[in-house]
Every structure is written in structure tokens, then in C-alpha cells.
Design a protein around this ligand. Structure first.
Ligand code: ATP
Ligand code: MG
Length: 418
């Protein structure tokens, strides 16, 4: 038997209801803020991610699915959604359109990581991007959207953690301070952190190695290095959140794993589902569009991991998106009544109900068992007597009551019982 590749997951019909519910709530939340959907390709030129995500990040250095296509081009399966949206924005000339530009997306993303709970090689994200607004209101709006989405899906116990990693200027001073702190400790740290030390010392703060984490805990905090403008921006984001009634905690250890961030960064974290506790993460990336050869355009956004959200909802025994049962099962006893059952089922579907009838030539008893298994809300059984009378018992499976109804009144009966 051929098996699914490592780190991938099937979504079966019985689970799809939860995905659909999350996606529906995500769309409704994004649209409440005036965001429109954007869809970009699953693969892009490798260079887009090297430039957009940053070639000192784990994602680009270790995790990308990159290959040469038959034309010899280097292609990469997208490891995240932001770079593709930025490319599409520039390429389609949307810079000349209405500002701010607001878009949300659902993407499958691909990262060659060690598979474990909450860490897959193909996973899915819901994300939102807001371009063209530099002020703290935009940060607050994007965080509010994230917060509304999480509240609406009914996830409990997530904590919003925010930080500011400043602009390029703040970071020059901060990087120097980090180097000074880490230099004498490098021999105790992992190989990756040793490489990060020279390329981008802030990356060390994102290392998952326990010893590196311990050492990083004592490092200088970026908040002490913010310039006046960045500090004022961060203070305004915080007061807007407070006024909106969104609780948060400042956590200077958050630096985010991708290179494009500046100023505000944030994560919604939870302890409900084990080690992979970040369900939604984002921040501001004011230099990303410039790196895509666009004119300087401030940007802020987030991405939520769908599988992690579902894991947490499962751990919390949430009812979100339980699969809806079919409205009606129509059973037939013999040849002519089976034919009528087929036609009646079709009529009910066209009247707007979900409906099933027998396709396997099963006995009435077996048909009833099936109707029970799928949780049909109503059952209609047709035999020769029903055909003669042009009427049948419509049984309400929830209440066990039933009534005799003319064929052309069955839809009406089901409707009035709903
Ligand atoms: P982590 O620190 O957990 O590796 P990240 O910083 O790499 O996360 P982002 O690139 O910000 O994650 O992606 C946003 C969200 O996508 C994460 O918060 C998480 O919910 C989800 N996510 C990231 N990588 C994976 C993965 N390999 N499998 C499942 N979900 C993931
Ligand atoms: Mg990661």
C-alpha cells in the first residue's frame, strides 16, 4: 500500500465540518474589517522567499521544498503566505489602487520540519495582510481581527503576547549588545546559534534548543534599545489594545522566526495542546515591500495555523463545526418503491434539503440501520401501499413521532419541523 508522505494529513469527510466552520468564521471576521480574499500560487520562484522571508531564517536555510522544474527554474513550494501576497500586490499594480490594501488568505504551506504534534510538513494557514498604513491603529486593527476570530471560534485560554523589535536603527545597537552578551557563551550553544551569531544574532532568541533558550533568557531586552519613534509607536499600540478591551502581556522574548518583521510582533499562545502553543502569530513588516522592488509601503499582518487551532479546540472538547446530519433518508421496499424513493429524494434535494436513498440494493432493515448511522433527522419508508396511496409515514427520528403525509407535502412537513 502506498502511504501518505511523512508530515502530511488527510482531512476526512467526518472532520471537514470543523475545517469549514473555522474557514467560515475566518472569512466573516476578515470581511467585518473590510478584507477581501486573495489567492496566490502554491509555488513561486525560490528567490521570492529568499528575499521576502529572509535568507538567515530557519525557514529558508533548512525547511523549504525547493526543486528545479523541467525548464531548469528553481521553484519552491510556499513555506508561508505573506511573500506571495506581497509579490501579487506589486505585480498587479495594486499600489496605485485604494489604500490601505486589505487581504486575507487560506494557504497550504510546506516546510521540511521534523513532524510532531502541531508541526507538519504540509500545514494550513489563515492569514491577513494590511498594507499602506504605518500608524499604530493598523497594528491594533490587525490584532483585533485576530482576537475576534479566535473568540468567535470559541478557543479559550489563549494569551496575547506582544513585543516591539524596533526598526533597523534600533536593531543595529541591539545586535551589538546581543553579540557582546553571547560571545563568551557561544561554546555552550548549538551549532545553529553559532552560525546565527555572525549572520543575525537576534535569531538566537528564537532557538528552540533548551540550553540556548536558558542562555537567551538572560540576554539584553530589545525594549531597552527602541528609538523614540518606535517606543512611541509601541506605547500607542498598547493603549489602543487596552481601550479596545483586548488583554495582552508584553513579552520581550518574542522576535518571530522570519526576517521581515519590524516594530510590533505578536503571538497568541495557549498551553492547551502541548509544546506547539503558538496558534496565531504576526506583526509589522515595513521593509518587506521595498525588498520586493515596490515603493516603500508599510505592512502589518498575521497567520494562524489551522491544524494547531483544531488541535487546541479538540483538547478543549469544543463543539465547533460538528458535521451536520442529512435531513432525510428515503427507503424503498421493492422495485417500484425504490424507484419512487430515488425520485422523491431528488425532489427533496431540489427543494433545499440534504437527502439520501439506497444505492446498494439493501433490505429495508439494512437501509434503516444506515439511516441511523448517518443520523438522518427524518426517515420516509415507501412500499406498494404508499405508492397506491401517494402518501407515506414521515418519521421524525429525534422525537420518534410520525405522521402520514402526501408525497407532495413531505418537503413542507420537514420544513415546518425545522
Ligand atoms: P514555530 O515557532 O512554531 O516554528 P513559526 O514562527 O515558524 O512557528 P510562522 O511562520 O509565524 O510560525 O507561522 C504562523 C503559524 O503557522 C504558527 O504560529 C503556527 O500556528 C503555524 N505553523 C508554523 N509552522 C507549522 C508547522 N510546521 N506545522 C503546523 N503549523 C505550523
Ligand atoms: Mg517554525
Amino acid at each position: 500500500m502506498i502511504r501518505i508522505p511523512k508530515g502530511c494529513k488527510d482531512v476526512l469527510p467526518a472532520e471537514a465540518g470543523k475545517w469549514q466552520a473555522l474557514e467560515r468564521i475566518a472569512r466573516e471576521s476578515a470581511e467585518a474589517y473590510g478584507f477581501g480574499e486573495i489567492r496566490t500560487p502554491v509555488f513561486e520562484h525560490t528567490e521570492l522567499f529568499q528575499r521576502g522571508v529572509g535568507d538567515t531564517t530557519d525557514v529558508v536555510t533548512k525547511e523549504m521544498y525547493t526543486f528545479l522544474d523541467k525548464g531548469g527554474r528553481s521553484i519552491t513550494l510556499r513555506p508561508e503566505g505573506t511573500a506571495g501576497v506581497a509579490r501579487a500586490f506589486v505585480e498587479n499594480g495594486l499600489q496605485g489602487g485604494a489604500m490601505p490594501f486589505k487581504a486575507y488568505y487560506f494557504v497550504s504551506a510546506f516546510r521540511y520540519e521534523r513532524p510532531q504534534a502541531g508541526r507538519l510538513r504540509e500545514f494550513h494557514q489563515f492569514g491577513a495582510e494590511l498594507y499602506g498604513a504605518a500608524g499604530p491603529e493598523a497594528d491594533a486593527e490587525i490584532i483585533s481581527l485576530a482576537d475576534l476570530f479566535l473568540k468567535r471560534i470559541g478557543i479559550g485560554g489563549t494569551v496575547l503576547e506582544i513585543n516591539s523589535i524596533g526598526c533597523k536603527n534600533c536593531r543595529t545597537a541591539y545586535s551589538a549588545a546581543l553579540k557582546e552578551y553571547f560571545a563568551p557563551r557561544l561554546s555552550e550553544m548549538c551549532e545553529d546559534c553559532n552560525a546565527r551569531f555572525s549572520r543575525n544574532p537576534m535569531r538566537i532568541l528564537d532557538c528552540k534548543n533548551p540550553r540556548c533558550k536558558e542562555i537567551a533568557a538572560g540576554a539584553p531586552t530589545v525594549l531597552d534599545f527602541l528609538c523614540e519613534d518606535c517606543a512611541a509607536h509601541f506605547a500607542s499600540v498598547q493603549s489602543l489594545l487596552t481601550e479596545t478591551g483586548i488583554a495582552y502581556r508584553v513579552n520581550p522574548a518574542i522576535v518571530r522566526g522570519l526576517d521581515y518583521y519590524s516594530r510590533t510582533v505578536f503571538e497568541f499562545v495557549t498551553e492547551a495542546a502541548g509544546a506547539q502553543g503558538t496558534v496565531l502569530a504576526g506583526g509589522r513588516y515595513d521593509t518587506l515591500l521595498e525588498q520586493m522592488d515596490a515603493k516603500p509601503t508599510p505592512a502589518v499582518g498575521f497567520a494562524a495555523g489551522m491544524e494547531r487551532l483544531l488541535m487546541v479546540l479538540e483538547a478543549e472538547k469544543s463543539e465547533v463545526g460538528t458535521v451536520s446530519a442529512v435531513d432525510c433518508y428515503v427507503a424503498g421496499m421493492d422495485g417500484p418503491s425504490r424507484r419512487k424513493a430515488f425520485l422523491l429524494a431528488e425532489e427533496l434535494r431540489r427543494a433545499g434539503f440534504s437527502c439520501e436513498t439506497d444505492l446498494l440494493d439493501r433490505s429495508v432493515k439494512a437501509q434503516m440501520k444506515y439511516a441511523d448511522k448517518i443520523g438522518a433527522r427524518f426517515v420516509v419508508v415507501l412500499g406498494s401501499r404508499e405508492l397506491e396511496e401517494g402518501a407515506a409515514e414521515v418519521k421524525n427520528m429525534r422525537t420518534s413521532s410520525s405522521e402520514r403525509v402526501a408525497f407532495d407535502q413531505i418537503a413542507q412537513t420537514i420544513r415546518s419541523a425545522t
